[in-house]
Design a protein around this ligand. Sequence first.
Ligand SMILES: [Zn+2]
Length: 277
Amino acid sequence: MPKHLTLRVHLPPALAQQLGARRKQTGQTLSAIIIQALERLLGDEDQTVFQTSTVNALMEGVSTGDMTMGELKTHGDFGLGTFDGLDGEMIELDGKVFQVRADGHAHPVEDSARTPFATVSFFKADESARVDRPCDQPAMLAAVAAMLPSQNIFHAVRIEGRFAYVKTRAVAKQDKSVGLEDAARGEPIFEFRDVEGTVVGFFTPDYLRGVNVPGYHLHFITADRSAGGHMLDCRTRDVTIKIHHTPEFELGTPGTEEFLQADLSRDHTAAITKVEH
Ligand SMILES: [Zn+2]
């Protein structure tokens, strides 16, 4: 049996005081409270999708980068999003963040870069299935859907292998306050044939429209991490679909004046469906 580890930790006074207050409030031991906090932070039962900002905010042109990549990585090693001023498509895979700019090329990103919108999780496959028959995108998504126990929770989706065809887009950096719908108009489109790579994405329940893209939001990056983008279409050749069920959701909102003062009451569902699928 693995040995227990005994820790000696120097806590700042304010935190020590809060710990004491929590102990009084709940009757738990100090050890129990600390174990609970560490499990939440490090446990392999992490089932949380973390997101900063909302898709409606992007539609309203709220695109000033706020959260750094360094901070985003503390919330997940897998995900997607965009960068300051809608400057390309973000893909986070195995803890590394890549930016696909409007030229279609992928570049590694510094931890100091900022995002106005991103969705991440610590990916762990709960389900895995190989699909070695050719599928068009609707057939591939039907295979994914068959692996989801419910469409009423988030799921992280990772699809890896060989694709006969992939079509992506990458939004170009915009002037401030240009919304995603206008930005995506005339966006550069990229096509890949007989390519190896990974699809990084999430399934979002329909009732969270306005918060994220309802249904599937998928980004793609090649196996050599040189190109990719927001995925518009594909045909698979031989891929493995992995699903991480993530019934917990944490939403962080940007502290920018732009976000705080924006009118986020409008319903952009029709436009989101048009630009994101
Ligand atoms: Zn996207």
